[in-house]
Ligand binder design. Structure first.
Ligand code: ADP
Ligand code: MG
Length: 365
């Protein structure tokens, strides 16, 4: 039985060599990989020295097909990564459409992200030559609706990385050992899908500050996460970036802030005057029937409104006008007054007390 299998492996290798010499890289890689899988299979049924020999042979075959590369191997890698995400109930990865140009303001945040993630990823060899080290993970924090999730999507777009959006609740499991296992699987998927950005939104729900009353499962999950992040950080030719976001930085387990973990922390503030103007302009840019809008007036009237608030205001004002058009049949333009009216009806989602809380937090870092 084993003999015939080995014969089959030899056959595969011969075929792979033929394919390679006739320039069919993909087919060669695919065939070497098939041979590798069979040898591994045989090894698992063998013992002692023979097993050892088979394992070495398998490792060699693996090296060969990896060095040939080939789209086929690439495809396998990606489909395996996607399969894992599927088992974790995480949406398939995608390269987001949002770009840095869609993000209003936050100029120093963009600069920091450029220097810490985008350039090192884009100019990999150069950054190795200059021994630019990748940091561990990056934590974005700030009031709700200020564009944290939005800017991470833009980062993924800039570096053409797969964006893996992790919702903490899908990872959590009370089954013994399952939570840690899910976390390991997730990092494995991120590696298979690299270049990738593994994004933990609302990380405070995944790693809440220790209260002493958390379950063992939760505690082990956190320590697994720390191990995985630390492991990634020590890789020189890294292709997986970890970014987390929270509205609630004071509610996170401090262990994840240590060096080599989520040690780059960036505050995402509410939009300033110029940014608010820009957000209004961006969100109304696709509306065809629009009057000459007084953006300064809108920015003046929206202090402490978040980007998400402004987006809502624009949608609501346009919707109101649209309903009017449906009723009268007259294509009227959206005006500054239509927007001001909605602003007067909704309250800003960021209040002074909340801002003070962030300021205190920053001072105590
Ligand atoms: N600086 C900004 N520039 C452009 N749009 C923004 C900005 N901040 C927020 N938004 C809009 O608000 C929406 C919600 O932002 P989001 O990233 O989900 O906020 P957060 O994650 O900080 O709670 C975004 O989808 C985007 O349309
Ligand atoms: Mg968010």
């Amino acid at each position: 039985m084993t003999e015939t299998k080995i014969d089959h492996v030899s056959l595969l290798i011969r075929k792979a060599i033929e394919e390679e010499s006739s320039g069919n890289k993909n087919e060669a890689a695919r065939t070497y990989k098939a041979a590798y899988k069979e040898v591994l299979e045989i090894a698992s049924r063998s013992t002692g020295k023979i097993k050892q020999k088979r394992l070495e042979q398998a490792a060699n075959l693996k090296k060969i097909y990896e060095s040939i590369g080939g789209e086929a191997v690439e495809e396998d890698r990606i489909s395996e990564g996607k399969k894992i995400l599927g088992t974790l109930n995480i949406e398939p990865p995608e390269i987001p459409k949002v770009t840095f140009q869609d993000v209003a303001g936050l100029e120093n945040v963009k600069t920091e992200i450029m220097s810490k993630i985008i350039y090192p990823m884009r100019y990999k060899e150069l950054s190795q030559e200059y021994n630019i080290e990748f940091s561990g993970g990056m934590l974005l924090y700030g009031p709700p609706g200020t564009g944290k999730t939005f800017i991470v999507k833009a980062i993924a777009n800039e570096v053409k990385a797969n964006f893996i959006n992790v919702n903490p609740s899908t990872l959590y499991s009370q089954w013994f050992g399952q939570f840690e296992k899910n976390i390991s699987l997730l990092f494995r998927a991120a590696y298979l899908l690299s270049p990738s950005i593994l994004f933990f939104d609302e990380i405070d729900t995944l790693v809440p500050k220790r209260s002493g009353s958390e379950s063992d499962a939760a505690r082990r999950g956190v320590s697994q996460l720390l191990t995985e992040v630390g492991g990634l950080t020590s890789q020189k030719d890294r292709n997986v970036f970890i970014i987390a976001a929270t509205n609630n930085p004071w509610g996170i387990d401090e262990a994840i802030m240590r060096p080599g973990r989520f040690d780059v922390k960036i505050y995402i503030p509410p939009p300033d005057y110029e940014s608010r103007k820009k957000i209004f302009q961006l969100k109304l840019s696709e509306v065809k029937h629009i009057d000459h809008i007084d953006y300064d007036e809108l920015a003046n009237k929206t202090e402490r409104y978040s980007g998400a608030d402004i987006e809502f205001i624009c949608k609501k004002a346009v919707q109101n006008v649209f309903m009017e058009v449906i009723k009268t049949g007259n294509k009227i333009d959206v005006s500054t007054d239509d927007l001001l009216e909605v602003i007067s009806q909704i309250r800003p989602s960021i209040d002074a007390g909340l801002l003070r809380k962030y300021q205190d937090y920053i001072l105590n870092l």
